[in-house]
Design a protein around this ligand. Structure first.
Ligand code: PLP
Length: 346
């Protein structure tokens, strides 16, 4: 299969042979004209899974989040979000650069949530001096907080608070299917109070490209126009959507295997000298481990030594690594990784 044990991210997943054959035989049309039957079907399936009226296929999760903001906020509006959120840290400041929208960040707690009292206090009063608070963004699973999961109860409470103050709730649900698998609930339950949600097909679900933004029919109509403005209107992209359909039909039910393997990897290294799980043991597919000063190497050096053994991991801080399990990581890969850590840290 793949030459490396690549634990850097679940974005490295390649399409499976079955997925590729479905892509090759996909019926296609011009999607800017709304005529690609495979994209139309993916969008309907996605909306149904999220419990929303409509969906829009977009090239990336970043574009999905950006369009959700542009479709619902005006220039000068403010969006409340976590300081460790993907939209704040890793999307190139697009909401400000392209939408004139600025972020009002609150500290993410270790469990990925925002304190709802702080959210309430962050909402601006109606006063010409202030920007208008327009949206709250939550992330589920929360990547930088350790792949942690926001519960349906928390999300409902956050949604109720947002709506009480006339804010939209957007969920960056890049890995909402991982959250749903971890909680054994339907993703629609996690998305119920959201006005919009983005999820990625290109991560644990193994599709090569694509995310879907879901929400009301009216919001998605605006979103379609904005996608075109951003240059994201694609033509016979049904070949990509076919992979997405395969992903929704065959890849969501197996995510629990990735979670089990992440737990097994964490369990295998947690008692090695100098290893600490400061952010807790993995609730989903992300293993964030830290290394104390007792170890003579920093994270970059550990990554280098792992690489010598055919294993790729990501550095997230001077003494912290991230490893992500996915479709192409089997039990043997986990065992080999644990063994490599044993040798490096002995
Ligand atoms: C990956 C990711 C995204 C979107 O990333 P793209 O690479 O643009 O698809 C958004 N939010 C979170 C939390 C992510 O992990």
């Amino acid at each position: 299969m793949q030459p490396w044990i690549d634990l850097r991210s679940d974005t490295v997943t390649q399409p499976t042979p079955e997925m590729r054959s479905l892509m090759a035989s996909a019926a296609v049309g011009d999607d800017v004209y709304g005529e690609d039957p495979t994209i139309n079907r993916l969008q309907e399936m996605a909306a149904e899974r999220m419990g929303k009226e409509a969906g829009l296929f977009v090239p990336s999760g970043t574009m999905g989040n950006l369009i959700a903001v542009l479709a619902q906020c005006q220039r000068g509006d403010e969006v409340i979000m976590g300081n460790l959120g993907h939209t704040f840290l890793f999307e190139g400041g697009g909401i400000s650069a392209l939408g004139g929208v600025f972020p009002h960040t609150l500290l993410n707690r270790g469990d990925g949530t925002l304190d709802l009292d702080e959210v309430r206090a962050a909402v601006r009063p109606a006063d010409v001096h202030h920007p208008i608070s327009r949206m709250l963004i939550l992330e589920n699973t929360h990547n930088r907080c350790g792949g942690v999961v926001l519960s349906p109860e928390y999300t409902r409470a956050a949604g109720a608070l947002a709506h009480e103050h006339d804010l939209f709730l957007h969920i960056d649900g890049a890995r909402i299917f991982n959250a749903a698998a971890a909680l054994a609930v339907a993703p629609a339950e996690l998305a119920a109070s959201a006005d919009s949600i983005t999820f990625c097909l290109s991560k644990g679900l193994c599709a090569p490209v694509g995310s879907v933004l879901c929400g009301s029919r009216a919001m998605i109509e605006r979103a379609r126009r904005i996608r075109k403005q951003l240059g994201g209107g694609m033509r016979q992209a049904g070949v990509l959507a076919a992979a997405g359909i395969y992903a929704l039909e065959h890849m969501t039910a197996r995510l629990a295997d990735d979670h089990r393997r992440a737990a097994r990897l964490a369990d295998g290294i947690q008692n090695l000298p100098g290893v600490v799980f400061e952010m807790g043991l993995p609730p989903t597919n992300m293993v964030f481990s830290s290394f104390t000063q007792d170890i003579p190497y920093d994270a970059a050096e550990i990554v280098k030594r792992l690489k010598e053994q055919g294993i790729l991991a990501g550095v997230v801080a001077e003494r912290r690594l991230r490893m992500v399990t996915h479709y192409w990581i089997d039990d043997a890969s986990v065992d080999r990784t644990i063994e490599a850590f044993r040798q490096i840290l002995k």
